[in-house]
Design a protein around this ligand. Sequence first.
Ligand code: NAP
Length: 275
Amino acid sequence: MKKLACIGTGNMGGALARAACQSPACGPDEVILSNRTYEKAKRLAEELGCRAAESNLEAFREAEYILLGVKPQMMEGLLRELAPAVKESMEKGERKVLVTMAAGLKISFYREVLGCEEIPVIRLMPNTPAAVGCGMTLVCTSCPDEDTSELEGLLSASGAFDRIPEEQMDAAGTLTGCTPAFAYMFMEALADGGVMAGIPRKKAQEYAARAVMGAAALLLESGKHPGLLKDEVCSPGGSTIVGVYELEKKGFRSAAMEAVLGACEKNKKMGEGKK
Ligand SMILES: NC(=O)c1ccc[n+]([C@@H]2O[C@H](COP(=O)([O-])OP(=O)(O)OC[C@H]3O[C@@H](n4cnc5c(N)ncnc54)[C@H](OP(=O)(O)O)[C@@H]3O)[C@@H](O)[C@H]2O)c1
């Protein structure tokens, strides 16, 4: 029995499979992949040094933690396909934990579609920086602490984890999931400004990205309030405060707040009607 099956090896499922293969508590020998298009799972398995299963059922049967990496609209179909194997494994008393990262689908949805109230389910909401070990994955769990900690260990190479109650999952997941897109826009705009000021594009992009990455690291490591860190960069009568004033005049902060609220609103609408 392997530790982790990844069913659906697209962007996010593939990123977490990669993290599992790199995590000290897991590794390629403990990972099995399956995907609707078999070739995709096979290609990734060859790259990561793990195994590709010929079917979702084979992947399900061979692992303890089953990571479901399909789009939310494909989830019901996948669960119906897995339902007989879930029933069989519950009857045999096998240890199986369903792990999902589908936006908006609650734990009750999985149990209802599978017709199984007892199946342990862990909801993850990762974000794309998980692909380079800098992800922020939110965790909502119906499992005992040991199981949740074990899963976090299996995926530790993807970045940080934080456990939150299910009612916060949509808003928090929107913040962590959408922020990379907002940050890319910010970095692209900063680089554009650099290019206008005469810096070559490639360098301007690297400087902007490294400045944003460094600022994020300093914020997290210092534990200081971002306003205080901003004040520390603004010398009286200096250039940074002029830039801060320009951002304020253009409504930078309210635009960022509206972006998060708008995305949360949309996410809520998309989740309406789901369990
Ligand atoms: N991308 C993000 O930033 C992000 C962040 C947090 C959570 N998520 C969640 O992650 C999940 C996957 O998103 P994604 O962006 O990775 O999508 P994606 O790139 O489209 O990947 C989905 C994968 O699932 C496969 N698939 C579809 N139906 C299947 C089935 N019945 N059995 C096996 N494999 C099947 C697809 O195979 P084919 O190759 O045949 O198409 C594809 O490889 C979603 O639930 C999403 O809500 C994504």
